[in-house]
Design a protein around this ligand. Structure first.
Ligand code: FES
Length: 164
């Protein structure tokens, strides 16, 4: 690969190779979108247009699928995603205060990555662990149950260290 190849170009090349490996068929749209999100972190309009061209389908079809499934994102996210459950069981136990505390401690707004790109905070519906309400999921698999607002700084600190 030439040195002049930018990271973006490399990612598009990798995406194109993946699309070719699936046969570039329209019915592979979801797996292509998953691969693109894995590579780019989110699905920008540029990426969606590119996928539409490669699969020879209207971009409106790509956009329709991206917005239908909540695991697809059209905006950048932090490296570490904090998901605070605001489902009923968690909400009645004060999940809204935990959500606010994360935003305050990280000096960010909901869904927006922090300035250093390290974290983003998201409100989600029932994580399936209501007996441990209120629940926070950090990354893909770190569950925290019976969270209190005062625990928030310690949780954040743990991930700052891990990702230094
Ligand atoms: S409502 Fe939060 S885990 Fe079920």
């Amino acid at each position: 690969m030439p040195d002049t190849c930018t990271t973006g170009e490399r990612l598009f090349k990798e995406l194109d190779e993946y699309i070719a490996s699936t046969g570039a068929k329209p019915d592979k749209l979801i797996s292509v979108l998953q691969k693109a999100q894995e590579l780019f972190g989110y699905l920008s309009p540029e990426v969606q247009n590119h996928i539409a061209e490669m699969l020879k389908i209207p971009v409106s079809q790509v956009y329709g699928v991206v917005t239908f499934y909540n695991f697809f994102s059209t905006r950048p996210k932090g490296k570490v995603q904090v998901k605070v459950c605001l489902g009923t069981a968690c909400y009645v136990k004060g999940a809204d205060r935990i959500f606010e505390r994360f935003l305050e401690e990280l000096a960010t707004s909901a869904e927006e990555p922090t300035k250093d790109g390290q974290f983003s905070v998201h409100a989600v519906r029932c994580l399936g662990a209501c007996s441990m309400a209120p629940v926070v999921l950090v990354g893909e698999k770190d569950f925290y149950g019976r969270v209190k607002p005062d625990m928030v700084p310690r949780i954040i600190e743990k991930y700052r260290e891990v990702n230094k």
